[in-house]
Structures are given as structure tokens and as C-alpha cells.
Design a protein around this ligand. Structure first.
Ligand code: PGA
Length: 248
């Protein structure tokens, strides 16, 4: 398996002045035993990548268009992210599924484009609170996983993030048993589809991860890291999560 991964998603937060956090983070995570990634707004990628150069902080995008180029006003192609210095891209985040109506087929097409551009793609899945209450969690996640992950996915180029929609930005997290149930399900389903290689595919948990709950979440079976929103905005908080993952 590749190293575990602590991925930060800044969402639509951050201005040029926020890049100071990267200097602080790079210093704090020197020698970390896991991969460290920050995905800022697209407009900050090039500057952040320049700052992160020579450190062990990777920089990624939060979305890409499925096409290589063309008449798609406002969109960013995967090769443009790579050209700006990104190594990874988050795809199918629940906020994109909800705000932009992204379907599993859209996400799969984006994931194929990301792979063609040499980016590691972090594909997100997760149930809403209503779906969990209705007992549909695994069915929903299974459908998202089957539909969003390209047939050519490997452990080297694909990461899966389980993010219950109701846990994102709410301060609420599933129980450790609930996280284990979903992560075991993901591992099993990926291994059936992709074979032994999928045992090394990293599975991240996301949704209200903080320095104070990171260690217990990282101790859950089949949790290979985290996708972190709010707590990735401040270097000190994110460094606490990175150090919990390094110690796991
Ligand atoms: P949160 O966001 O850590 O702020 O809950 C997680 C995410 O949306 O990736």
C-alpha cells in the first residue's frame, strides 16, 4: 500500500494571504510518515505549488472538467491542474453532486480525464442522513462506487473517500462501528471488482475530522487517511491530524 493520506479540502476558502498557512504546514509536517495534500481553490494552485516545492506537501484540485479543452466557460481541465502543479484532484464531492447536479457517470468521466492527465483522483461517496435513516447507506454507496470509479482504476491512481453528507461541516461524526462497516464494505466491493490490487487502494474517511477525534478514526480497520475540510484551513489543526495519521 502507498503511504496513508491526509488530504485537506479548502473548498471555496482562501485568498493569496492564506498561502502563509502552507509555509507553516510544510514546516510542521517535515518528516511526516504519511502523504500530506492540500486542495485549495483552483486559482491558488500554482502559487501554492510553488511554495510547497521541495516540501512533502502535495497540492491538488477540487474538481476538473471531463474534456481536455474547448468551449466550457468557467471550467478547468485536468491537464490545466497538472500544468499548474497539482498532483491530485478531488472528484464527486457531495457539495458538487448537490450544487452542480453531478451524476456518477459525470464523475466517472472526470475521473478518466484526471487519470489521463496523470492526476491521482480522490473519488467521494457518501449517504445523506435520510438515506441512512432509511437503511439505504450501503446500497447508496455501492451504486455511487460502481458508477463513479473507472474500470481502469488502480491503487496507484485512485483513492476513495467515504464522506457521510450529514457529517460534513456539522461537527457530527458516525460511530467508529459505522465507519468500519462502510470501509469494510468498500474494501470488499473494490476487491471483488479490481482484485488483489484493491487491497492497496487507500480509503479515506471525511466529515468533521479534527485533531481531537483523528486518532480514534485512524485506528478503525480499512481507514487509510482522511479528507478534511474545516480543520485543514489552519496549519496547526491540520498538522495535528497529520501527526495522528503518522502515528496510526
Ligand atoms: P469537514 O468537511 O471536515 O469540514 O466536515 C469534510 C469534507 O467536505 O471534505
Amino acid at each position: 500500500m502507498s503511504k496513508k493520506l491526509a488530504a485537506g479540502n479548502w473548498k471555496m476558502n482562501g485568498l493569496a494571504a492564506s498561502l502563509a498557512e502552507i509555509d507553516a504546514l510544510a514546516g510542521a509536517v517535515k518528516g511526516a510518515g504519511c502523504e500530506v495534500l492540500i486542495c485549495p481553490p483552483a486559482i491558488l494552485i500554482a502559487q501554492m505549488a510553488a511554495k510547497a516545492k521541495g516540501s512533502n506537501v502535495f497540492v491538488g484540485g477540487q474538481d476538473c472538467h471531463p474534456k481536455v479543452s474547448g468551449a466550457h466557460t468557467g471550467d478547468v481541465a485536468a491537464a490545466m491542474l497538472a500544468d499548474a502543479g497539482a498532483s491530485h484532484v478531488i472528484l464527486g464531492h457531495s457539495e458538487r453532486r448537490a450544487d452542480h447536479g453531478e451524476s456518477d457517470a459525470d464523475i466517472r468521466a472526470k475521473a478518466e480525464a484526471a487519470g489521463a492527465a496523470g492526476l491521482v483522483r480522490i473519488i467521494c461517496v457518501g449517504e445523506t442522513e435520510g438515506e441512512r435513516d432509511a437503511g439505504q447507506t450501503l446500497a447508496v454507496i455501492g451504486t455511487q462506487l460502481d458508477g463513479s470509479v473507472p474500470d481502469a482504476a488502480t491503487a496507484a491512481d485512485t483513492v476513495i473517500a467515504y464522506e457521510p453528507v450529514w457529517a460534513i461541516g456539522t461537527g457530527r461524526t458516525p460511530t467508529l462501528e459505522q465507519i468500519a462497516e462502510v470501509h469494510d464494505f468498500l474494501r470488499d466491493r473494490l476487491t471483488r471488482r479490481f482484485g488483489a490490487d484493491a487491497r492497496g487502494m487507500r480509503l479515506l474517511y471525511g466529515g468533521s475530522v479534527k485533531p481531537s477525534n483523528a486518532a480514534e478514526i485512524f485506528a478503525v480497520s480499512n481507514v487509510d487517511g482522511a479528507l478534511v475540510g474545516g480543520a485543514s484551513l489552519k496549519a496547526a489543526d491540520f498538522a495535528g491530524i497529520v501527526s495522528a495519521l503518522s502515528a496510526a
